[in-house]
Unconditional design. Sequence first.
Length: 70
Amino acid sequence: MGKITEKVVVSRTPETVEIDVDAIPKHEMDAICRCLIRGATKAFQNPQFAAEYEVWLAERKAKQAAGARV
């Protein structure tokens, strides 16, 4: 059997990636959105994930009420 090579993936910060969403065809955008919605729905079915989100949301609302920019 042949040797398996590893792929190196370079991480990028959000500041280095620009996506022109207007250039994405509607049918492709619809497919992307369906995947994201399916993934989010599945994630929130996990009680631990949902609880962690609620904690994050409460913290975010408290910061907003205190005048912090979030």
